[in-house]
Structure formats: structure tokens, C-alpha cells
Design a protein around this ligand. Structure first.
Ligand code: PXL
Length: 296
């Protein structure tokens, strides 16, 4: 039976990020997508592509979640994307309590280009206190990982592992902490941690970069790495990753397998990115094929 994922996320008009990206990613992975829009973002071409941000009325956010649940009866996994304001976080947290979803993947979008850093602090505190307790998995980028873990700096894999553990210890069962390309390793590098004890696999950081590979250091952490593509950061890569994780978990994948697949989806989305007039490109998920389908 077709699985259903609900994105509680912001609209981003260009289609390169936010809820639009979420639904496209769900669809590409064979999962039916529903949405509750939390805010409307439109980049401003006359102001350095800054974000024009309009929050959606809290009651309307609730109504959308109510409608999606009522229509489908059961939601297999929920993805939380950009919430934007403490008021929005409040209503979403209430809904998470009310509907008690089995799987809640939180992409803790703290700050977007064009948003005030001061506003991010309120959002950060509210997100951590009210939404994180419902997360079964979270996918913070490096900045968000630093904020959530409370660490002063994260400049290498060992610190990233430490940060992932700290976020896990705050109560999130599965953590995918993303450095992406920011460690200048020539790879996109993320750390997965679920607190479980896995069997020992390898002492060494082997360098098999054609597919995500497992680096296992005798503890319970896995480093997932794929080759970096291009020099520029591409809009929507983080949304795509979290949405792909959500779709895979909706289909019953383990969080670690979901993370591995999601990295491949992001690779394909970046390879097939859209070039336009903005100084950033937009990911496109439309060319990704699940391995089983790709051979047909
Ligand atoms: O990529 C983060 C993000 C998430 N959600 C919305 C956005 C953005 C970045 O632009 O606009 C709605």
C-alpha cells in the first residue's frame, strides 16, 4: 500500500526548497505527499534575494494538519521543516501532541538567509523545548548542530560525532548531523548516531567514495560520506535530504538506511540542479531512480 508522508513546512516559491521540495522528493520515492504550510517565503530579486517571509495563521496551520490526518486516516511519517516563529512552533507542537505521529523527522531550520540572528535565538529555544521532544530523528546542518549541541565549535569529524551524541542525549533517538562539504574533505560528510551498539566493522577511515560507506570506529557512530559535487552550495539540499529520510522511513527503512538512501537522492538532485538567474542553483529530484527501478 502506498505510504503517506506529511510535510509541515514553508512554501518557497521558486520550488527549490521548502514544502515544494518535500513533496517532489516524497513523490520520487513513491510516497504520497501531504502538506501543512507554515509560512510563505518568496526571495526578493530586488534585494539580494533576501527572504520575504509571511507566517501562516496558526489556526490555519492546525486546520491543514487536521485535514491531512482526517483525509488519510494514517500518516506514516511527518517531516517538520521551516517553522519560523515561536507562535508557529507552539501550534505545531500542540498538533504533534494531539496526533501522536509514529515518526517525526525534524529538520531544525533555525535561520534562513535574510532572517535576523536575534529572531533565530527565540526560534531556537522554542524549537528545542517544544518540538524536539517529539522528534524520532533530526537532521541538523553544521550551524544547527552547533547550536543544538551547545558546542563552541565543530571543525572536524570527532567534534561532529561528539555533537551528534550530545543531541541524542537530549532525547532525540536518531541524529544525522550534517557537515556537508564544510570540512573541506572533498566529500559531503554527515554523522549518524542512534545510541545503539553496532558490531565492530573497521578501525580505519577507508576511502570508498562511490557510494555512501560506513566508517565505524568501535563506538556507535557512523560517518556517511559521498563525493562532493561542484563548488557551490545548492538551495534545497537540506530539505531534500530530510524529505528523503522521511519518505524512506515512511516505507519502513531503518533510520540509518534512510539516511544512506537520502544522501544518494541529494547527490542526484545536485547533479541535476537547475541553473537560473539567482546566484544559487536549485536541486531537482526528478532524475533519482530507486536502485530496484533503475534497472528496469
Ligand atoms: O532550505 C531551508 C528552507 C526551508 N524552508 C523554506 C525555505 C528555505 C530556504 O530558503 O525558504 C520555506
Amino acid at each position: 500500500m502506498t505510504k503517506i508522508a506529511l510535510a509541515i513546512a514553508g512554501s518557497e516559491a521558486s520550488g527549490g526548497a521548502g514544502a515544494q521540495t518535500d513533496i517532489k522528493t516524497f513523490e520520487q520515492l513513491g510516497v504520497f505527499g501531504a502538506t501543512s504550510l507554515t509560512c510563505i517565503v518568496s526571495f526578493d530579486p530586488n534585494n539580494d534575494w533576501g527572504h520575504r517571509f509571511v507566517p501562516v495563521d496558526p489556526q490555519v496551520i492546525h486546520d491543514q494538519i487536521e485535514a491531512a490526518v482526517a483525509v488519510h486516516g494514517h500518516i506514516d511519517a511527518v517531516k517538520i521543516g521551516m517553522l519560523g516563529t515561536p507562535t508557529t512552533i507552539n501550534v505545531v507542537a500542540e498538533a504533534l501532541k494531539e496526533y501522536d505521529f509514529d515518526q517525526v523527522i525534524v529538520d531544525p531550520v533555525l535561520i534562513c538567509k535574510g532572517q535576523e540572528a536575534g529572531a533565530a535565538l527565540d526560534t531556537d529555544n522554542a524549537l528545542r523545548a517544544q518540538v524536539m521532544p517529539f522528534a524520532t530523528m533530526t537532521t541538523p546542518n553544521l550551524f544547527e548542530t552547533q547550536i543544538l549541541s551547545g558546542m563552541d565549535e565543530i571543525t572536524n569529524v570527532s567534534q561532529l560525532k561528539d555533537a551528534a551524541k550530545r543531541i541524542h542525549d537530549q532525547g532525540v533517538p536518531n541524529v544525522l548531523a550534517k557537515a556537508g562539504t564544510l570540512f573541506d574533505t572533498g566529500t559531503a560528510l554527515d554523522v549518524f548516531y542512534d545510541g545503539s551498539t553496532l558490531e565492530h566493522r573497521s578501525e580505519e577511515h577507508t576511502s570508498e567514495l562511490q557510494s555512501p560507506y560506513v566508517f565505524y570506529d568501535g563506538s556507535t557512530l557512523e560517518v556517511l560520506e559521498v563525493p562532493a559535487i561542484g563548488e557551490e552550495r545548492v538551495s534545497g539540499a537540506g530539505c531534500t535530504l530530510a524529505a528523503a529520510v522521511t519518505a524512506e522511513i515512511a516505507k519502513g527503512a531503518t533510520p540509518l538506511d534512510a539516511a544512506r538512501t537520502a544522501k544518494q537522492v541529494v547527490v542526484s538532485s545536485i547533479e541535476h540542479r537547475m541553473h537560473g538567474n539567482a546566484p544559487f542553483d536549485c536541486v531537482f529530484q526528478g532524475y533519482y531512480r530507486e536502485p530496484a527501478l533503475a534497472t528496469n
